[in-house]
Design a protein around this ligand. Sequence first.
Ligand code: P6P
Length: 285
Amino acid sequence: MQEIFKSIKRSAKRIHKAINFEDFGYCETKNCSGEKQLKLDVLSDNIIEEELSKVQSVKVLASEEKEKPIEVNESGKYLIGYDPLDGSSLVDVNLSVGSIFGIYENSFNGKDLVASAYVVYGPRVELVIASIKVERYVLRDNEFMFLEEISLNEKGKLNAPGGTQKEWFSFHKELIESLFKEGYRLRYSGGMVPDLHQILIKGGGLFSYPGAKDRPKGKLRKVFEVFPFANVFEKAGGYAIDDNGKRLLELNVNDMHETTPCFFGSKYEIDRVKEYYKEKDAKRA
Ligand code: P6P
């Protein structure tokens, strides 16, 4: 597994350079979620594929930017699902973006995720690895230096509500408003990686990307985004559930690009989600 983390570090350094020195334009192509691809999306994907393919223990690579997984080493053990540059459209307004990695054995189902990592490209480049614990690193003099272990408090102060508010179901709107009435601060940039990183570093809160009238299954992808962060939050002492109150890491996947409503947070906030989502189907009717 250490060779995989070294490969992720090499990829992060190269992508950081690409963000700062490459063209910001769009390609002619779209990814299989129908989203226009930035040249940076494709370049970041190529960098990660090149670096991870060199690791003998990696058997399969599945990228959010590609329709199907590719086998890179027949004798490998691990399957890696990754989002090479999440929130890439934020680059041209100079906001933070990130890369997300899920490391799986046997399948891409949540229960088979064995470790995860993400990189934040912001004022500093930071790497978080969730294997046994959750470890935070910062890029200094071209090396990732260990900073601290990350752990969440029982209750936080930040509220990161995703999605289109006019499409929210009433019970979700009531949940979000109840936290603001308690004094939670709005912290939402539209980039999943920096938004979740902020909650992790500040000790807690709630990040939600719900199912809504326009997107009943939400927007965030299980394999490339949701399962990796669910692992980070649980290893940091937090919780990660879907709109049925089920652990996200207990969900299976049928299609590589399928999405799920998702809630990440400290115990207090996730208990609030379960409270407001109780009998949601009856409330939706
Ligand atoms: P919305 C970025 O496009 C992304 O996939 C995540 O990084 C982010 O959390 C979400 O979409 C933002 O979506 O609908 O709130 O703009």
